[in-house]
Write a protein that binds this ligand. Sequence first.
Ligand code: FES
Length: 168
Amino acid sequence: TRDKMPPVKGDVLVHALESKEGQPIRVSDLSEQLVRAWPMGKDEDGNTVIRKGDPNNILALYRFPKGQIQAPTNLEATVDGEIVAYSDVCTHAGCSVADDDQKAGAMKCPCHSGQYDPKQGCKVIGGPPPRPLAQLPIRLDGDNLVVGDFFLQNPYPFNEAEWEARKK
Ligand code: FES
């Protein structure tokens, strides 16, 4: 069903936090603190559907001051080089990655302390993850942040075949 579909181009990014779930994320909601998001699109009948049926669809959004986001982040897939979105599924064993409380603007996985740098393409900077978190291209459409394209890297840590099929 459509709630299990991975992010689709044009999907609106909405809050995943329970108290705000389903509310479109505004630029002003974002900062160097992680904001979790779901893609929200349409089902077969044209009704809006939050794509949270697959936990692999959970996303992590950050907004950094201009100039801080650098390679290997794909800057063209960010909003103004300031807002960036990644899969929030750890490439080690699939846990949801959180802010690193010890290091501003960095990410740490609660399961085995994998660390990622969201300013540098979520490259691995510590712990066991074998590869970066996948970056999701986004753009601004009016006040909404929307999905610009499919993930740039494999967001399915344990399923290379699914990635090969879906990126086509
Ligand atoms: Fe994230 Fe193991 S699942 S470090």
